[in-house]
Design a protein around this ligand. Structure first.
Ligand code: IMP
Length: 198
């Protein structure tokens, strides 16, 4: 039995590996790079698409596949970028392009700070069934990028109860409060039970 993470996002892979005490293989190390069309209308739906696609491509029932679909939602923007966070600035956009599009969008509304939240949906697919769990992190986004830590929208996200962005805060803090960490805490016992069944 092996655990495979269905993501090509280096930031997510690093965070998963640092937060888990189990060995996690990147799907690309087995299957090479591949594009997965995420066309569901929810984080949960897209997480399931990713995990199911990789599970099927692996063509072996000896794997537990985990995926993470995540993003940032801004109530001022009607919940955008939400499930479109990875392609907010267009197909093939980089993390930096998306970050600057979000800064430009809130700035164009004359806003320097507004509430936002991250969502992480983690899907687990194996021969013993499919599971999905969620985690959230609430805070504000600001119109100036600050700090180099984390990835994606982290340089503008200030978690509730803090004054610094996730780009500035110690990475250990993000690991203790993040949407991904919270979802992973729910995923871990499921993975443990599945592991024992193999
Ligand atoms: P996905 O890989 O399709 O789930 O896209 C996730 C998008 O949300 C990417 O643009 C990420 O940069 C962004 N995102 C998700 N989680 C985080 C995070 O923890 N910090 C910063 N950006 C994140």
């Amino acid at each position: 039995m092996k655990i495979v993470l269905a993501t090509g996002n280096k930031g997510k892979l690093r965070e998963f590996r640092e937060m888990c005490d189990i060995e996690i293989i990147a799907f690309s190390d087995i299957l090479g790079e591949m594009e997965i069309i995420e066309d569901a209308d929810s984080f949960k739906g897209n997480a399931l698409i990713k995990a199911r696609t990789i599970y099927e491509k692996l063509e072996s029932d000896e794997y537990i596949v985990i995926s993470d679909d995540s993003g940032i939602s801004v109530p001022l923007l009607g919940g955008e970028p939400g499930i479109y966070s990875a392609r907010y600035a267009g197909e093939g956009a980089s993390d930096k392009d998306n970050l600057h599009k979000l800064i430009d969008t809130i700035s164009s509304k004359g806003v320097k700070k507004t509430s936002a939240h991250y969502t992480a949906s983690i899907a687990i697919v194996s021969k013993y069934g499919e599971y999905v769990v969620h985690g959230w992190m609430y805070g504000d986004i600001i119109s100036t990028s600050r700090g180099e830590k984390g990835f994606g929208y982290d340089p503008i996200f200030v978690p509730l109860g803090y004054n610094l962005t996730l780009g500035e805060l110690d990475e250990e803090i993000k690991k203790s409060i993040s949407h991904r960490a919270k979802a992973l805490e729910l995923a871990k016992p499921i993975i443990e039970i599945l592991k024992r069944k193999f």
